[in-house]
Design a protein around this ligand. Structure first.
Ligand code: M6R
Length: 616
């Protein structure tokens, strides 16, 4: 949700900023812009609606922009349509200050009214522009430095924001501030960077500093200074980025999503690594005593989109292993219905980015109600893990494609780890049982890799079905969240209508949708699955087929009974029932990407979406 870059150093700022924006384009691609300060005097701003390539073209047509200090922005529109005039950076009346922004300034209307009555003229419909004018007021005709002005401005703002600013007459610095939106500093040798995500500067440095709430940072070529809003000097949180440039590049794949799907075996293996120590499942970070976890008598999983689907799978595992009831909630609904929470409730927040506003607000609500919060997150130092009592990190590396794939599988994996940890601490599983379950999990990366090696027929089928109007997805038990995830992937990438249903629910209404030849994907459990699960899904499969559906069946290799009910059979390796989503999801990811590709859409950057959604 908007990507931000800032640079001070000896390189041409325009090159560093554009390169950084390219790596952040997954955060938004409604428009892009830059402001570069020329040490010889002056500042040049360029911005353009549409993808970064439009700005690139505009820059190539004009004269080269000189300067070693600059900021840039790639936008996901909230206030104001995605037009040239609303593209960032925004400037004040005199054109001396340029600002880029991620987030929403909730009191911008009142601020704008005040500024307009004081004679300020606005050139956009954005909430951001008020910041440029407020900085103009604070700096005035005095020699107030930009950081002091930024502190004074932030004290007047309500909402969530990352702000980055440059000033024509203060050429050696870039100043930034953050509240509930991401911002990291990159520490180079004689050069400094600012960005929403380390991917923007990973080509230059792997040393970074995470900033806290309501902190302002000034970067210069020789270092950086962090202050709180009162001007007191404070510290950021230094960290080393443990992945490199190659991880943030396509590496020979046509699109990032394809690469990220292929990376799943490694991502799952990395997520498991080091979590079984001396027979005990350990978390990555915890400020909770074992006793706190022992007393947990209810679990809520809160998350959005794909992360929510991983939570649905966690419910099956946690309840089965611990007998502790688990509710899974869409994060944006959670706090509004006043859920019953207390000290013995564990709220599990699942988020790839760790900055999703809906999930963050759910976490804050849970903490206000004194519940314990554990987060499952892919981004070190992000706001959600920072505000949690305990953290399990998914070690997927950077996920650039907007559609989540490897992070889904690692979130599912982390859900299993959490289930095992709770079962162990609550005395529901002996050490040898935990070890056996963990060993079965460790076998999963190999089975995921095996699944990935058989995906060519899935791509061919996707091309065949790319013209369909609707595709339905059915599953039972853990297959149901897989069906939901398959439908979401297809919707968001191919803009085709798709729905996921519990297979047994179809006969209560949705079966009326089935038409002659309508593709229906059915996720069939392993024949060894507990109880009569397998038989029941086969009956549901027969029901839709009897009504003319064209069935696409995902089933365990060697499941002979399913063969006669499948128009297209996609075989996956046999797994323990609870772990099946780690393999059954894979063909659905491949299918969705291939349908989108066949329909001519940008697989990595689907329309209207952004990778991380930092507004409610
Ligand atoms: O960063 P998060 O995991 O909190 O993001 C949650 C959802 O916005 C995200 O999973 C979204 O649904 C993806 N586009 C799905 O592919």
């Amino acid at each position: 949700m908007c990507g931000i870059v800032g640079y001070v150093g000896s390189q041409d700022a325009i090159d560093v900023v554009i390169e950084g924006l390219r790596r952040l384009e997954y955060r938004g691609y409604d428009s892009a812009g830059v402001a570069i300060v020329d040490p010889a005097g002056g500042m040049r701003t360029e911005r353009r609606a549409g993808a970064l390539s439009n700005l690139d073209k505009q820059l190539a047509e004009g004269s080269r922009i000189a300067g070693n200090v600059g900021i840039g922005h790639t936008r996901w529109a909230t206030h104001g349509a995605p037009t040239d005039r609303n593209a960032h950076p925004h400037v004040d009346c005199s054109g001396a200050v340029a600002v880029v922004h991620n987030g929403i300034i909730e009191n911008f209307a009142a601020l704008r009214e005040r500024l307009e009555s004081a004679g300020h003229e606005f050139a956009s419909d954005t909430d951001t522009e008020v910041v440029a004018h407020l900085l103009e007021v604070e700096i005035g005709s005095t020699d107030t430095d930009l950081a002091a002005a930024m502190r004074a401005v932030c004290s007047q703002l309500v909402g969530a924001f990352t702000l980055v600013a440059v000033h024509r007459d203060r050429p050696g610095v870039v100043v930034a501030a953050r509240r509930s939106s991401p911002l990291v500093v990159g520490v180079g040798d004689g050069e400094m960077f600012l960005a929403s995500d380390v991917a923007a500067f990973i080509a230059h440095t792997r040393e970074a500093v995470a900033l806290g709430q309501d902190q302002v940072v000034e970067i210069r070529s020789d270092g950086y200074t962090v202050t709180d809003l009162q001007g007191g000097t404070t510290d950021g949180q230094p960290f080393h980025v443990d992945w490199n440039l190659a991880a943030a590049e396509k590496g020979g794949h046509d699109f990032f999503m394809q690469k990220e799907i292929e990376e799943q075996p490694t991502a799952v293996a990395d997520t498991l690594r080091g979590h079984l120590v001396d027979g005990r499942i350990v978390l990555d970070e915890t400020r909770l005593a074992e006793q706190d976890l022992r007393e947990i008598d209810k679990v809520f999983v809160v998350a959005c989109g794909t992360a929510f689907h991983s939570g649905l799978i966690a419910k099956y595992a946690i309840e089965h292993w611990t007998r502790v009831p688990v509710e899974v909630e869409i994060a944006s609904e959670f706090r509004y219905r006043d859920p019953v929470l207390d000290r013995d409730t564990l709220v599990v927040a699942v988020s790839q980015s760790g900055e999703t506003a809906d999930t963050l607000e759910a976490v804050r609500h849970a903490r206000e109600q004194r519940a314990r919060v554990l987060s499952i997150c892919n981004t070190n130092g992000a706001q959600i893990p920072r505000e949690s009592d305990a953290v399990l990190y998914t070690r997927s590396g950077p996920e650039v494609a907007v559609a989540s794939t490897k992070c889904f599988l690692t979130q599912v994996t982390a859900g299993y780890l959490l289930g095992l940890a709770l079962a162990q601490v609550q005395g529901k599983k002996y050490e040898d049982e935990v070890a056996a379950d963990f060993a079965a999990l460790e076998a999963m990366p190999r089975l995921i890799a095996q699944t990935l090696s058989t995906m060519d027929p899935v791509r061919a089928l996707a091309r065949e079905l790319a013209g369909s109007e609707t595709i339905l997805f059915l599953g039972r038990h853990v297959g149901y969240p897989v069906a939901l995830e398959g439908a979401l992937k297809l919707k968001e990438l191919s803009y085709m209508h798709a729905e996921g249903f519990p297979a047994g629910e179809l006969k209560h209404g949705p079966i009326a949708l089935i038409d002659d030849g309508m593709p229906v994907v059915v996720v069939v459990p392993d024949p060894g699955a507990r109880g009569v699960l397998h038989d029941k899904v086969l009956s549901n499969l027969a029901e839709v087929r009897a009504r003319g559906a064209r069935t696409i069946v995902i089933a365990t290799a060697g499941d002979e009974r399913v063969r006669r009910l499948a128009d297209h059979l996609i075989e996956v390796p046999s797994t323990p029932t609870l772990y099946a989503p780690l393999v059954t999801t894979v063909p659905l990811q491949v299918f969705a990407a291939a349908v989108a590709d066949a329909r001519g859409y940008d697989v990595d950057k689907p329309r209207n979406l952004a990778k991380s959604v930092t507004v409610e």
